[in-house]
Design a protein around this ligand. Structure first.
Ligand SMILES: [Zn+2]
Length: 169
């Protein structure tokens, strides 16, 4: 049996190992542990700890993120920053937003309707990078205000639900 374990869903590490948790040794009792962050996982099957295969299947079952690097596709807030005041933060965000606007407006051809844009791939790449910079700046400001990832995710879920209710996607 050769089961490949997915990366740790908490820290993204590949240092994920089976751990024998069988007390008596009569049964095949296995858990999974992350050497990086200490996450530990056992899976109960009808009250018994699972076999290696069962625990691996349970560990590998997760929502399908586009990247298997777990959170790598989400904005990571910058914490070592010079911004101190609300004014500093808005200045930073405005700078990023201006760069985004300049990049969009600087594309070779810009019809009135965004959906009609027929951009080159390098233009799209520049635009999406500037957008990511802007999103990261806003995320960093929120983090500095003590609005952590949990709250940001909850807000995003609410906004998505609201837009879905409005029939916007
Ligand atoms: Zn981990």
């Amino acid at each position: 049996m050769n089961i490949k374990l997915k990366l740790c869903p908490f820290c993204g590490s590949d240092k994920v190992l089976f751990e024998d948790v069988g007390a008596e040794g009569a049964f095949e009792d296995w858990g999974i542990t992350c050497e990086e962050c200490g996450a530990f996982f056992i899976h109960s099957n009808d009250g018994c700890v699972s076999t290696k295969e069962e625990v691996a299947v349970a560990w590998n079952k997760r929502i399908n993120l586009k990247s298997d690097k777990t959170m790598a596709h989400l904005p990571i807030p910058c914490t070592k920053v010079e911004e101190k005041t609300v004014k500093d933060w808005f200045q930073k965000i405005n700078e990023e937003l201006d760069e985004f606007k300049d990049t969009v407006m600087g594309c070779r051809w810009l019809p009135d309707e965004v959906k009609a844009l027929n951009l080159y791939i390098d233009e799209k790449n520049k635009i999406v990078e500037e957008a990511a910079d802007t999103i990261t700046a806003i995320t960093s400001m929120l983090e500095a205000m003590g609005i952590g990832e949990d709250m940001r995710q909850e807000a995003q879920i609410k906004v998505n639900a609201k837009n879905k209710a409005r029939g916007r996607f």
